[in-house]
Design a protein around this ligand. Sequence first.
Ligand SMILES: [Zn+2]
Length: 283
Amino acid sequence: MRAFITCIFLALALGTSSLAATTYRVKSGDTLIGIAERAGVSVPQIRAVNPSLKNSSVVRIGSTLQIPNRQVAAKKYHVKAGENLTTIARKFSLSLSQLLRANPVYRNGKNVWAGAVITIPGRNVAAGLGSSRTSSQAVIRTTGIRVNAAPAARNGWLWPVPGYHYVSSEFGERELDGTNAMHYGVDIVAPHGTPVLAARSGRVIESRADFERGWGWTVVVEHPDGWITRYAHLSQNLVQKGELVTRGQRVGRVGNTGRSTGTHLHYGTYMRWNPKDPMSLYD
Ligand SMILES: [Zn+2]
């Protein structure tokens, strides 16, 4: 009976692995055991997703192998000075949403402090064997992320450009013109002219062309509980300073004005002018 259960478990585990694998081209000097060790998986796991290997341990130079992703267990992590949830998520190849799901206490924009203990959720890790396919996937990952951002998050925050969930630049430190700068918001890619909606109800405290600070045409809304939202690089502002807006009301249109290198919405969220990662407010 025990053996029977083990077999079912193994079959399930291998079935999952075969769904997520990386293609690797065998190089001179490679051995099956060596490849398995570097990928952090076992030889039987590699065999299971490469029927051509059968019982052979010989791998031919130039042939391609499927390397199953490695399962990494959840663990605790001590936050270091200078880190925030965005940098930690990147460090462990997670999306911010995945990290927040494992640490719901930080969902409302609460800061993580150095020394805090957070949970790094278990995940699948692609084998980092240096094959061309793996490296090109890594490049794609660093140029942007696809976020979930349900149209209306549970806490009532509306995604300002419904239907557009590609974030080309996340909140946090980034390189701009060769220097490191903080990016206090997220850049959401959407076509020119797409309506930008107020994430929550509030009062417009700024609606102008702000080229001194590079925001271009920008709208800033203050919400009753101290939160502030900024919508920048707009092609058109649709509200005026002092106006009251309701959640979902059009405040402007997506553009490429100010210091911007492509059509997108810069969306910034602040708690009493302390910048907070907008993604911490969405599912
Ligand atoms: Zn931006």
